[in-house]
Every structure is written in C-alpha cells, then in structure tokens.
Design a protein around this ligand. Sequence first.
Ligand code: SAM
Ligand code: SF4
Length: 338
Amino acid sequence: MLHDPLVPLSDSFGRTVTYLRVSVTDRCDLRCTYCMSEHTSFMPKRELLTLEELDRLVSAFVDLGVRKLRVTGGEPLVRRGIMTFFQAMGRHVRSGALKELTLTTNGTLLARHAAELADCGVKRVNVSLDTLDPAKYGRITRWGRLENVLGGIAAAQAAGLRVKINTVALRGQNDDELFRLVDWCAEQGCDLTFIEVMPMGEFGVEDRLSQFWPLSELRAELETRYRLADTALSTGGPASYVRVAETGQTIGFIRPLSHNFCATCNRVRLSCRGELYTCLGTEGSSDLRPALRDGEAGLGLYAAIQTALRLKPAGHAFGYLAGGVQGAMARGMNHTGG
Ligand code: SAM
Ligand code: SF4
C-alpha cells in the first residue's frame, strides 16, 4: 500500500480522529434484551469483509493516524479465525503505530483466548457485565451463564490483562446491585464504567424508556456511600471518570444521552461489511468496500476514508424527552459495536 501523501484524519469541524472501533461481526452468542431481539436476523456471512480485507482496511486507518483500535461486535470472539486478525494488528502495536489495541467482549469466550490476546499486544479488555446474580444474568442475556464470564475475567487477569467492567444501568434490573457491583470490582481490581441505556435497535424502544436510569441519579446514590472525586481523565468520548476514595478504583459514567460530548469526539466506527459510521447517534454511513476492493486500492482507499470523514456530523440528536424517545436508532448496537 502507498503511504504518501497522508494528511491526518480530521473532519469538517476540525476534530482529529485517532480512535477506531471495528465491529468484526454482528453475531453474538448472547441476546441481551437491550441490544437484540431473541430472533434477530444477522447479515448474510458472504457480506462480511474477510479477515484479510479487515486487516487492509484497518491498517489504512492506522496509516492515516488512528492510534487506538477497539475490536468489538456483536461478540468479537465468536468470529471464526478472529485471532488471526488480532495477530495482524499486533504488528502495528509492535511498530509503535498503534498505542492501544483492545476489545469489548461479553467475556463468555475470554478464558479460551486471553493468553493469545496478551501475546498480540492487548493490555486491557472491557468486559460487559450487568449483574452478579446468575439468574438475573440469564434473564438479561436471555441464555448466558454468569460462571463463563467470571471464568473469562479471571483468565484475562491471569494473562496480565487489565479488565474494565462495563455495566448498563437498568432501572428495575440492576439498581438494587449498585454497591455490590462497585465492591466486587474493587475486590477484583477492576475498573467499572456505567452506561446509560440507549434507544437503539428496532425493538421495544418503550422498554428502553422504562429501563432508563439516568447516571446523575446513579451517581447521587453512590455518593450516599462513597466519596467520589472527579478526575480529569478523558478518552475524548462520552465518559467522565471519578476516583472512589474508599477503594481507589476508577468509576466511569457514559452518558451519551444526557451529556453532550460531541464537540470533542475523536472516534469513528466501522461495521463488519466495511461501512464507516462517523457518529453512533445518526444513521448515515459511507461504504468503503468499493475503494477497498478496487485493484488500485492504496491512495484510493485513503481518499475514500478522508472523504467519508468529512461527513462526520457536528453531533447526534437522540435522547429521552419527558415521556418519550427522540431520534431512536433502528440500527442495533451490534451493527457498529458499542
Ligand atoms: N458483545 C460485546 C459486549 O457485549 O461487550 C461487544 C459488543 S456490545 C454491542 C458493546 C457494548 O454495548 C456492551 O457493553 C453493551 O452492554 C452495550 N450496549 C448494547 N446495547 C446497548 C444499548 N441499547 N444501550 C447502551 N449500551 C448498549
Ligand atoms: Fe451480544 Fe454484546 Fe449485544 Fe449482549 S450487548 S447481545 S453480548 S453484542
């Protein structure tokens, strides 16, 4: 692939893009109720980029200045051969081009892959876990087994990976476990981030509304028990972080709906069939497959990426209004990755 002339990726609002999230599959071995319907349909496999195409496409982003790569899905670890992709990305970590290679996973297959992920240069992994109650875990994920995830977390830590737990705040479901989750994460040496549930997917938007537990309320409840100190930590995204005086752990709050972070957004998302989504909260995307599959590739692919970047909107529109949902997204979270 040709390397010059390269202009760092920036959009028409002057934001520099250094963070790419790539969904390597829309499939998953779970069906979390806020993410997918039980009988959701997936893309035909023939539409997926091959692992070799994914490597070329993501490497073009790295050439253009992406420094942080998060592999997600669907569940990234269910994609057949996915370790080949991690090994390929490992070369960018070794060369210093990628400062961080990481993944978001439900953890069910982590025990099997943790050591190899560490060998590929992964240092941290985000594991999604909304409850420590096995029966409730089964209900939220429809058929997941909590013990698999806990085993995955233990294996990741044994392999030297730092684990951050992602917990979707769900009113009526895990609001009674707030302190238990915080204390458990502190005991395990895991950081913890809470996420507000988002109105995505073509099913049950009303359910999202009834599940919505604003993190302002969650934080106020935490403050009845812990002393929280705001930190300046920032990933350029929707998360803000506090340090818990009693435990020393970091707790993050991802508030895509009640907190405006768009002005400093540094990230874009790639679907498993090569569409670039420049904003999680708007529908538009650019298809990078033609440029990727064009025999001339090289500069054509760079140009296609740069053109797509210029379409990144100033901000998203979705949110919860009194009694309703504004700008709900038909696209499921598994399509672009969380
Ligand atoms: N399967 C992996 C996992 O669960 O970690 C990676 C993909 S999943 C789509 C990424 C993140 O999105 C998870 O932490 C999940 O909890 C979150 N998520 C899915 N649907 C969501 C929704 N409607 N609102 C907020 N977060 C959601
Ligand atoms: Fe699968 Fe992750 Fe969606 Fe749950 S949140 S259904 S684990 S993709």
